[in-house]
Design a protein around this ligand. Structure first.
Ligand code: ADP
Length: 226
């Protein structure tokens, strides 16, 4: 049980690659003051560190394939038990398979954690464009889009001044592979989560990140009053 007696919250951000999970997580983490837990970022950190997890997953990420469930389950289990998750936390990119979804909902039940699932719905034809034009700051992780949200100075992060990079798995052939995996392994998770947790689908094709953020905020606040 969290300090102060209020239950711990888990905000689960769900959606296809490029749907804006990372952007929303960054906005939400500032207002809710919950840590942002991105399994993709954690895996990339392991790769950067060159440790044993990093060595095992490197080729899978590069090819746009999912890493084994046990590996991410264990990573997330260890992460959400840390003290900074005592009030709540934001999950981005997890769960991504039915098995992961079952595992995490069981874990939430055991620990009296109250989940809310937010599903970012985006037309698929928008997504490829978003990903191929995506650039990221290697230092702070801020995302840009060369067409829709360019940095002030071309190719440089507004905050860090670092040279922006294209993620290794944002190449067009790898993007295709990620979508295939999403359709096959991740899409079936939506129905399961909808049935088993408070669930909010937000139309995220046209609206700006700020508008989407406001809608999510409203849903989360209403949930707290339920
Ligand atoms: P995106 O949502 O845009 O695909 P992420 O940064 O969330 O990007 O994930 C990048 C990669 O990390 C995935 O393609 C996959 O290889 C791996 N990954 C991240 N989360 C998971 C997960 N929950 N289960 C299995 N693999 C994962």
């Amino acid at each position: 049980m969290a300090s102060g007696g209020s239950p711990r919250k888990a905000l689960v951000l769900f959606g296809p690659p490029g749907s804006g999970k990372g952007t929303q997580a960054k906005l939400l983490t500032q207002t809710l003051r919950y840590p942002h837990i991105s399994t993709g970022d954690m895996l990339r950190e392991h790769i950067k560190a060159g440790d044993s997890i990093g060595t095992k997953v490197r080729d899978l990420l590069k090819a746009g394939q999912l890493v084994p469930d046990e590996m991410v389950d264990e990573m997330v289990r260890e992460r959400i038990d840390r003290p900074d998750c005592e009030r709540g936390f934001i999950l981005d990119g997890y769960p991504r398979t039915l098995q992961q979804a079952k595992t995490i909902l069981d874990r939430f039940r055991e620990r009296s954690i109250e989940p809310t699932v937010v599903y970012l719905k985006v037309d698929e034809d928008k997504l490829v464009g978003r990903l191929t034009n995506r650039r990221q700051c290697p230092q702070c992780g801020t995302l840009y889009n060369v067409l829709l949200k360019p940095p002030i100075v071309r190719g440089r992060c507004d905050m860090e001044g670092a040279r922006l990079i294209v993620r290794e798995d944002d190449r067009e052939d790898v993007i295709r592979e990620r979508f295939e995996n999403y359709a096959r392994q991740t899409q079936p998770v939506i129905a399961f989560l909808e049935k088993n947790a408070p669930f909010f689908a937000v139309e995220a094709s046209e609206a700006s990140p700020e508008q989407i953020f406001l809608q999510i905020g409203e849903f989360v606040r209403n949930g707290e009053r339920r």
